[in-house]
Design a protein around this ligand. Structure first.
Ligand code: ADE
Length: 328
């Protein structure tokens, strides 16, 4: 009989298509899969680059961390935490930067994340001086939605500030930078857990300060404690800054700034929208449990914050489908 030659038994592949150009690669990626462009962000042990996937031409933000630097600075926990939180947020439909993949080489760790085309919120505030009330409402509402989702998962951001609020190509909010985040473990009411959390506080107290000075909550300064309400304090600071153009507690001296936070020493400038003033006043409250939303049921969002007259007319359910108001 006739025996087929090996070449005729081989599956037929259309000769004109190179699979690596049409399909995303399924292999573990390497730096060679991307063309690295300019630096778009810098941290103490990481640099964020814009990068293009050579297979798809899609743009990403790639955070590159120097391994030896992380180990020397004892920051391995922060890097692990950031990856863990980003993975927990992988199913979120909006509000957060997405982690697409990670890989490493001998010296570095790579986090491939969504590229927020319009960068940080801060320069947008600074460019126009301050936001009008429509803009402030919209961006405050998008940030609140992000916090509702995050807190629903038991994650506290702990470093919310206008540098960590990014804006995508359509000017919607993408919250980033989870290196300082805390993941609340289940049932923190048991004595063993309470004790573990207390010990964690002592460890962190002796280590480097966690969080950003201008937005730091009074409870962190007093007893190094954090809760969901600490992010609500930061939300109050953010809303203030959008309206006034500057954060509420400012000083060239960090010591003086901390004193101001502990004394709740901030002023409301002339012309500050009355509803925004009332809203900010209810978030910038020294006692965490007295802040607006602090007593709302965990995992059910923040109905008492949404219900504040400041947000009147905002449809929280469709925010991400709305066209953001223009920033003048
Ligand atoms: N800066 C830091 N991270 C970024 C990102 N994901 N997109 C745009 N700019 C950034």
């Amino acid at each position: 009989g006739v025996v087929a030659s090996p070449s005729t038994l081989a599956p037929r592949v259309p000769p004109t298509t190179n699979p690596s150009l049409t399909n995303p690669p399924t292999h573990k990626r390497t730096p060679k899969d991307f063309i690295f462009g300019k630096v778009i962000g810098e941290g103490s042990f990481s640099t964020v680059y814009i990068a293009k996937d050579i297979h798809t031409s899609k743009e990403y933000a790639i955070k590159v961390c120097d391994k030896s630097h992380i180990i020397k600075q004892k920051k391995t926990e922060y890097v692990k935490r950031e990856k863990e939180v980003l993975n927990m947020l992988a199913d979120a439909k909006h509000s957060f930067v997405r982690l697409f993949c990670t890989f490493q080489d001998a010296e570095r760790l790579y986090f491939v994340m969504s590229y927020a085309k319009n960068g940080e919120l801060l320069p947008h505030i600074n460019k126009v001086g301050s936001f009008d009330i429509e803009c402030t409402k919209f961006y405050s509402a998008e940030i609140l939605r992000g916090l509702e989702y995050l807190h629903g998962l038991g994650i506290i951001h702990r470093d919310l500030k206008p540098e960590n609020i990014l804006l995508d190509d359509k000017m919607h909010v993408l919250i980033t930078d989870f290196g300082c985040a805390k993941i609340l473990k289940d049932d923190p009411e048991t004595p063993a857990d309470a004790d573990a959390q207390q010990q964690q506080r002592f460890r962190e107290r002796s280590g480097s300060f966690v969080g950003t000075a201008q937005y730091v909550s009074p409870e962190l300064l007093i007893n190094n404690s954090v809760s969901r309400a600490s992010d609500l304090w930061a939300l109050g600071c953010l809303v203030y800054q959008m309206v006034a153009g500057l954060p509420p507690f400012r000083s060239r001296s960090e010591y003086v700034m901390f004193q101001k936070i502990l004394k709740l020493e901030y002023d409301i400038p002339d012309g500050f929208c009355e509803l925004a003033r009332s809203f900010v006043n209810q978030l910038l409250v020294l006692e965490p449990t007295q802040r607006l939303g602090a007593l709302d049921e965990h995992g059910a969002g923040y109905p008492s914050i949404r219900a504040h007259p400041f947000f009147e007319g905002v449809d929280f359910e469709t925010l991400h489908e709305q066209t953001p108001p223009p920033i003048y």
